[in-house]
Ligand binder design. Sequence first.
Ligand code: ZN
Length: 574
Amino acid sequence: MRNLLRLALLFSPTLALLVGGGWYVAAHLGDELPPDAVRPGGRLVVVVVFDQMRGDYLRRWPGLFDEDGFEQVKREGVWYSNARLPYACTSTGPGHASIGTGAPPSVHGVVENKWYDRRTGQEVYCASDAAARRVPEVKMPSKEPASLSPARLLVPGVAAHLKAVEKDARVFSLSLKDRAAVLMAGQCQDAGVYCFDSAVGKFHTSSHYRADLPDWVAAFNKSRDSSPADVWFHRRWDRLLHSEKYVGRDDCEAEGRGVNGMGQTFPHPLKGKLENPAKGFYDAVETSPFGNELLWDFARACLAAEQLGRRGTKDLLYLSFSSNDLVGHAWGPDSHEAQDITARSDRLLAEMIRHLGETVGRANYTLVLTADHGVCPLPELTPGAERFEPAAELADLGKALDETFGPLGDKPGAAGLWVKKVNYPDVYLNDSLLAAEGKSRADVERYAAEWIGNRPHMPAAFPRSVLAGPPLADPLARRVQLGWHPDGSGDVVTVHKPYLLTGKNTGGYSVAGHGTPHDYDTHVPLLAFGAGVPKLGERPEPTSSLVVAAIVCRALGIDPPTEAKEPLPAGWGK
Ligand SMILES: [Zn+2]
């Protein structure tokens, strides 16, 4: 029957548009068209970010993947297997800001999760805003910022651009991590931006976006006694697959122990010593694959309540799954835990494809998948690698500057005054004092960079004068430059040797890390699938992760915003 229908439709394009769900027909015929003849995308674009999922995971653990998750996307869509973040500051904030805008940190200004603000002398958080308040308001001692907005993001982003050209479009940005949700939505004030608070076990937003929670969010928060996460209170996290499917050992000495007594090896209990669900348990949910399931439950509630992709307009949904990052930090990227959450992410993706196919229709949505950054293997498992203390390495910088430029101030022992702040890998010099003392800031920066670049663990450092100049030819230097912004970044930016991590391994919730310009931190997955996506299969050519914005805009049928300069890769047609 379907073949007959197809045959009839082939000869009657008007009939194709008249048959219920014209897009369905068009896209199914499109399956058989050459890649350069694809049609513009459907009515819903879903951007899925697996936080810290490294680009090589999709190849190095073939035993973990089923036929209908990543493999289906690779088969029926396009997989850029050599996609790299083009910038050095490979952290969550810059990652999500770059996904949401298509611009590098040198343009959008989010240069780290936290940076030093020269004007106020304070450390600032990438997604905080003192002018906003938490919605709903709760009284609690919390280290997290109570108020959120994209005030520190300097460009509008794709979502704001979509709303400007299509006012009925709906935009949602959901994540357990607040900075991920806020920065993906960019400066789109109409966006529904929700994140999870492990202090209370509920989703919340900020007054920057709206004054109250919509009914569906309030209902979701109330779906269990104290939190929608309570369903996992008595659960333990065990392997999804037979232990033989996992590479390496589970009982590796260098791994951490998670949070709330989760422990080093499977199975991991979540409730620890708690009698009832509370913060420690919610932290454990976040640090397990159940955190991703929680976000997907929340996303399903959003899709249903807001009728995304089903209202005859263009909608955009950003989903960032934070638990992959927390698990990778706790047990390291080679652990059975990291492998298990990758396998479960694959099943989650299959479930997303199934759900969107059933509710929105395969021909009406496009899925774009990527990560905000990769991760460094545990130094304990890498021959020749080690951990080091940057503060110790930089301790004598002031003394070296004293010797070269003469002492600062008239007090002996004032060498420490040269440096205002080290927010590794950024070094901020004391520019007001340099000016008062008549020292040449450019000369001091250049010398400091040269000195730092000769430390045992630091083969390179770049001064402001170089980073603020024309595009650098050296690939590593260029990555540092694309991660550098004159307002938030340091006067000198340091790069340490590959495979090193900073700080000690204390066996806690974070024994692994990321944030360098090295390949393990910049290599991310990049795949697209669904309406309007050419069936190109694996594309191994080097590809900038910033093309995500161009792909999203193509699928939405809009031109990219001006700050998104990375063009669509070959094979997408004109
Ligand atoms: Zn991380």
